[in-house]
Every structure is written in C-alpha cells, then in structure tokens.
Design a binder for this molecule. Structure first.
Ligand SMILES: *Cc1c(COP(=O)(O)O)cnc(C)c1O
Length: 385
C-alpha cells in the first residue's frame, strides 16, 4: 500500500480520549454499553444540539436501521432518498423489505432536489431521507412541507453534518429522526460510532427498547419496572463504553475541531477561487441558510477523464484525493432493490466529476498550499499563494 505525505484523512486525538478510556476501565469499572461516559455523551448531544433525546449507537448505519424500525417500515413500502449517498442510507430500509426510490440531486449543493420529491411520492411512500452531503443542508423547509402534506416521516441522514445548521437549527434535529456518524472519516470520531437523534417524543421509549435487543432494560435500570423482559423487536445497537469514553473527549473539543476544519475549508476555497471564477473547476456551494461544519472540501472537474488525470497528478506528489459514491441506482443492489425516478442526469455527472481533497484535523497550512499548487500546475494556472 502506498503511503501518502498528505493522506485523505487521518484519525487524531483531540484531548482526553485515552485518559477517559482508562477511567472507564479502572475507575468506573464499566465496559459494556450505557455506562457513565455514554450517558455524558447523551446529555451533551441533547444540550448542545437542543434535541429531545440523543442515543449513541455503534454506527451511523445502526442509527439508520433503528430509524427504519421506529417508522414501522414494512415490505412494499417506499422510501424517497438521493442515489448519490452511502449504501447505508438505502440498506437500512431494504432490510425492512422496503423499496428505496432514488431522486436526482441539485447541481449546486449535491443534495436531493427538493422540487423532484413530490413527483416521486406514491400511495406506498412512507418516508423521505434527506442526506446532508458534505455537511451542507438540504432545503429542509420544502422537504418538511412536502412530508407534512403527504403525511410522511422525515429521517435526516446527518452522518456528515454534526454541528452544521439550517436556519440556525442543527442538522439532524429538524426531521422526526436524525442519524449521526462518528466513523473515523467524519468530523468527530470514535472509530466506529453513531447516534440517533429523536425529535418527535413519541419515538423515545420505543427507541430505548429497540436499541436494547427489544427489552425494557433501560426502564428497569431507572427503576420504572421491577423486571426486564422481551417486549418488541430490536437488536444490539448500543456501543461499548470504551467508544463512549473516546467520543466524550472528542465532543468536549467539538467546537475547536469544527473551527479547525472550517479554517482549512476556507484556505482551500480562497486559493482555488480563481480557478472557479475562470470556469475551470467548480467549488462547493453553501447556501445562505446553512452554516457548514467544514466536513469536506471537494472540487468538480469537467469530466471523468480530467478527474482521473488530476488524481494521478496528486498521487505522484504524495497526495491522496478520492472520488465518491457510485450512484446507488446503478449499483447491483440498487438495481435489484431500488427504483430511480427520472433520468438521474446530475447524479451521474457528479459521480464522475467530484474529487474530494485531503482535510483532517492535523493538516497544516503548508499541506493545503501543496495540494493547491499541484492543482494549479495541473491546470497551468498562476500560483495563488
Ligand atoms: C458515513 C455515512 C453513513 C454511515 O455511517 P457509519 O457510521 O459508517 O455506519 C451513512 N450515511 C452517510 C451519508 C455517511 O456519510
């Protein structure tokens, strides 16, 4: 495997992660789920994001699976989502026997095109899953309005969007349910990890049960019932306390982490803006209603061939830049289980032309400058730095 001077992503320690892990083992003597650190993470999420209830899961995928169960998605149901997303967005619903219905994305934000959603709704539709790509918000007012008219659930896939806002509300707290990820490639990390945000109170007690293998164990520990038993379907969706301990240390530093990422995002933007203005490449678009968490910096090239050549040029200089999703509607499982609506033109184009640049907490300004220089040289541009 080639080692890169400037990798695409790099996990990091932000503060007291290792100290808290030791504390969980040696002081709290609690390693299974829902110990003191997991509870601290729940409180932190509820307080800082202003959501009714936050529950840690072992992944963003698990949070999406819990959401599908909570919304009682059944075989034959349809769930509207973008095709330009990670497989878990669709898989969670396919596991319940539902059909993902894929809608094209907007060319500016690369998020689901809210104007196309109404035409995808049928009598079988149960939910809309907006994915906030790169931490940039979907047009939530329009989506919530469509969902309200058609009586659909809104489950936000906010895996990339922790701490981003839409009209001053945190992403993941606007729909009925929101799903976060703490995978090592996200902003705030715990290796694997995630959280389900519950914004509609009526889901709260059932969510605890589904997360604890279908038992009322959480109520038992709070002394609300005198024995615990099997009451619903469920699985083991909760993370180990080791994950909670690591994550809590990251959450304590969240503000600083987001600040650092936004600074790197800003540097890339400033230096690459001339190429954008000349129409050579296209840079990310963040609308006025959104404050972004600096999750990802991408550029959009002319086409697949140009992107491949640029990736090679970067690789030669020890820099790893990567493309993103194979559209779900053209993947083998997506064709088998899902259905696209319309021609998916933007999704197909973007999938061929988007290139994600390195962005991680410990990235130096000189690293950003190096990446920018290779891109400028590739396009024969004057250096901006
Ligand atoms: C990362 C991601 C997920 C899955 O999260 P995991 O924690 O890796 O399971 C789901 N949806 C999107 C859009 C993601 O980026």
């Amino acid at each position: 495997m080639q080692r890169f001077d400037i990798p695409f992503n790099k996990p990091y320690i932000a503060g007291k992660e290792l100290y808290y892990i030791a504390q969980a083992v040696m002081v709290d003597e609690h390693l299974s789920g829902d110990g003191p650190f997991t509870k601290r993470c729940h409180e932190w999420l509820e307080r800082h994001l202003k959501c009714k209830k936050g529950l840690l899961t072992h992944s963003g995928t698990a949070a999406l699976e819990m959401a599908a169960i909570l919304c009682d998605i059944q075989p034959g149901d349809e769930v509207i989502m973008p095709s330009f997303t990670f497989v878990s967005t669709a898989n969670a619903f396919v596991l319940r026997g539902a059909t993902p219905v894929f809608v094209d994305i907007r060319p500016d934000t690369l998020n689901i095109d809210e104007k196309l959603i109404a035409s995808a709704v049928t009598s079988h539709t149960r939910a809309i899953v907006p994915v906030h790509y790169a931490g940039v918000s979907c047009a939530m007012d329009e989506i919530i309005e469509t969902a309200h008219q058609r009586r659909l659930w809104v489950i936000e896939d906010a895996a990339q969007a922790l701490f981003s806002t839409y009209k001053n509300r945190f992403l993941g707290t606007i729909g009925h349910l929101g799903c976060l990820s703490f995978h090592e490639t996200k902003n705030i990390i715990s290796g694997e990890g995630g959280a389900l945000l519950i914004n509609d109170e009526h889901f709260a007690s059932r969510a605890e049960i589904i997360r604890e293998k279908g038992t009322n164990r959480s109520q038992f520990f709070r002394g609300q019932v005198d024995k615990y038993t099997w009451v619903d379907i469920g699985s083991s969706f909760l993370p180990s306390e080791l994950v909670g301990a690591f994550l809590f240390a990251q959450l304590e530093q969240a503000e600083r982490i987001i600040e650092v990422r936004n600074r790197i995002f800003g540097l890339y933007y400033k230096h690459l803006k001339p190429l954008h203005d000349q129409g050579v490449i296209r840079l990310p678009f963040v609308g006025n209603e959104c404050a972004c968490n600096g999750h990802m910096f991408y550029i959009i090239t002319k086409n697949l061939e140009e992107r491949t050549l640029l990736m090679q040029a970067l690789k030669k200089e020890g820099i790893l830049a990567v493309f993103h999703y194979v559209p779900l509607h053209s993947s083998p499982a997506g064709q088998k289980f899902g259905r696209p609506v319309g021609n998916m033109r933007v999704t197909n184009e973007i999938s061929d032309s988007v290139l994600r640049l390195p962005l991680y907490y410990e990235m130096h300004d000189e690293d950003v400058a190096r990446v920018v220089r290779v891109i400028e040289q590739f396009y024969g541009a004057e250096s901006s730095s």
